[in-house]
Write a protein that binds this ligand. Sequence first.
Ligand code: ADP
Length: 662
Amino acid sequence: MPFTAGTLLRRWVLWVLLVLLVLSMLSTLVWLAGRYEVSQVQSRSERDAADAVGDIRTALTRNVQSLQALQFADRSAVPWSQDAAGLLREHREWVRLEWRDADLNLLAAVDTPFRAPVFARMGRPARQPEIVQACGVARRQSGPGYGASNYVPLNNGLGLEIMDLCLPVITDGQLTGYTVASYSLQEVLVNMVGPQLTRSQEVSFTEADGTRLAMHGTPRRGSRIFTAKQLLDIPGHAMVLRMDSWRAAPDFFPNVLTALVTAMAIALVTVLTMLARDMRRRQRVELDLADALAFRKAMEDSLVTGLRARDSQGRITYVNPAFCEMVGFEAKELMGHGIPAPYWPPEMVDEYGMRQALRLAGNAPPREGVESVFMRKNGERFAVLIFEAPLINATGQQTGWMSAVLDISEQRRVEEVSRASQERLQATARLATVGEMASLLSHELNQPLAAISSYATGSLNLLQDAALEDAQLAESLGSAIQRIGQQAERAGKVIKSVHDFVRRRDQAREAVTPRALLDDVMPLVILQARKLGVRVDVRCALDLPAVLCDRTMVEQVLLNLSRNAMQAMGDDTPHKVLTLSVRPAASNAVSRWLEFTVADVGAGIPEAVAEKLFTPFFTTKAEGMGLGLSLCRTVVEQHGGFLSHRANQPRGTVFSFTLPQS
Ligand code: ADP
């Protein structure tokens, strides 16, 4: 199939679509993998934040219990401040423990031993709003209450974010005071959040508006940040715990999955590119192949030699147009046809079958080709010359036979015609020799005949002298010798006419009376007529005008027509009569013509013969030359006349021709 622009365009569109699809699929995959990885990190952060909040809550509850233990301890045994100092040593998140009465007046306070007293610089008012708030909550809920965090500047220029816990002291159902523990938010993060959570991420407390209160954790290590926030809701106060984890940047291959997908994508794109390249090469090869095929087809179609391929079972696998034309079958009628082939003449099927079997058995055919006879679809037989060669496929195996078939029927016909004309030429040469011999013969015979004639005359003279003695004998001898003389003279005339006929070569036209023409050919016509037992009838008025003609040629025409007429009357003709007649032609009034007719009562001329009558070398006779009539017509037409023939009544043929009067 030839490649149209449409096919190429469609192919290109398909390719572009495929590439787009693959690319979009791959980028989606990579994007999804990245997103999945991000969501994994994010959810881990969320989990960590929740864990951290859980840790803090647990620790806060435990701390409340420790403080309660401080409240309920027997003060007579160990003073409060001693216990409180012990607790502070265990809890680094506390910076100070206070004991206050019900009106929040400070009764006792102990600072943490781990740092300089926090409130030393700014002091600590008894009714600090955060404490009032925390203790208000504690009183109302009879449990721990937390105050809002507040910033406490330190002596060293830094500061601390402090959050107060207020726990009511209930004695015998009466609120007798409060225990206030001040948390350093920074220390809360350090001591109350599991170290595994802060190892690789940063944890911080922020207010609802995002203001950072305290933070703890590793310093940032990447550019990409994942943030998780968790609300720490404790009685009286709420804070946000924020967890920040950092990722290295740029994170092109965030994890194995993405790397794998990316690698696969690259592999896919590479394969696609290779495929496209292969496709392009194939396309080029296909185009080349199509070109080669088109070239081969044009070549096969232009061949006049028939080509036919057969497989190893003798089935026809290929025929070219020349072969189809030769045998007259369509290609589809021949394709796949086995033995016997439809163009084998039925009478030859056995012989051809054997030849085919030999061929299939592996016997190589002769190189110079095999002559054979094929049959056209209309039944006509014709000669062919077949050259066969083994058909070898791409893997070098023989799959059948390829034959080149030449129609040699025309060549045969030409050979036949040339052979026939060769034979006729030889016959003509023989005839010419016969003519020469006849001429010589007539020349040679003339003298003895003249001698016989003169001897007869002499004898007659002598007899006349002797007649006086025996009159009767003399008379009878005399008449005998006279006859000898007459016969010799007649023979002389015959021979002379042969001689004249053969020798006369002058081409000039002359005025000749029809009578003279007939008289000239008559001896020769009569010679043949005698031999064939034909009676010759001449009808020629004596007063006919002369015709202007080439005498020799016209005599030849008369002779030919007479000879044909006599030969046409076979042995089965009852009364063989040849009629030669001359009369004025009636048709033409301007110039005057004479019509010569030669009529016979022979077999007549069949339709098929009549068609080819004047064709040179056409003859129905074994010894015929087929030149007579064509020559006659040429001669007559050269004289301006017309040669025709018609059927004679009741049988036979009439040939007639016209010649102009002089
Ligand atoms: P040839 O006499 O050598 O065969 P011609 O050209 O003279 O060649 O004649 C051609 C053929 O015409 C003859 O073979 C014969 O069959 C046919 N023919 C010619 N004249 C007559 C005739 N008078 N009657 C029947 N057939 C004739």
